[in-house]
Ligand binder design. Structure first.
Ligand code: ZN
Length: 186
């Protein structure tokens, strides 16, 4: 049997039906609220774990979204943030997103150790976060993995501003409902 030589990883079909035309994503809170909506929709649809993310350009326009697809796509890398980065990079056809202006990632929860690393190389300027990792780890069974003690400072050094606790309660509510479902560990 030949070795695998390509990847095909998808978001759920409901993403194609999202109606975002004319939606106002100008504020940080609106961006994270949208990422949280994605996380909620993902668990309601049974299409993955309780995590959502979205990439926005300098005009606050949506470039790409991501939701957790680990179980559905048999891929430990298919977290919301990495899906959003990869799809934005494919859409813009460049591996660093911010070549022609600042880019932002909004995520429903603080990036895990994998997505933290991915964030360093993705070419974003701002990272907007809903729930904290302690929220994830107390409300669900996910392990977020180790981060540098000064993880925010390490991002700052690389030109990435971090804003936390945006719509945190709404993000916590989705994690809590997922934790209470006791479903498979996506
Ligand atoms: Zn992750």
């Amino acid at each position: 049997m030949p070795l695998p030589a390509q990847l095909h990883i998808t978001l759920p079909v409901w993403v194609l039906e999202l109606d975002v035309a004319g939606r106002d994503f100008a504020s940080d809170a609106a961006k994270v609220a949208f990422a949280i909506e994605l996380s909620k929709r993902n668990i309601e649809a049974g299409s993955g774990g309780p995590f959502g993310a979205a990439v926005f350009n300098r005009h606050d326009l949506l470039v790409a979204v991501g939701v957790n697809r680990v179980v559905r796509q048999s891929c430990s890398l298919a977290h919301a943030e990495t899906m959003a980065y990869m799809l934005a990079q494919q859409r813009l056809q460049r591996f660093r997103l911010n070549e022609d202006g600042p880019m932002t990632l909004a995520t429903s929860a603080q990036p895990c150790c994998q997505c933290y690393g991915a964030t360093m190389w993705a070419g974003i300027d701002r990272l907007l976060i809903g729930a904290r990792s302690e929220d994830v780890e107390t409300l669900t069974e996910f392990d977020e993995g180790p981060l540098p003690a000064d993880w925010i400072g390490e991002l700052h050094k690389r030109g990435i501003e971090v804003v936390r606790d945006l719509e945190r309660e709404a993000a916590r509510a989705v994690l809590k409902s997922y934790g209470e479902l006791g479903g498979p560990n996506y």
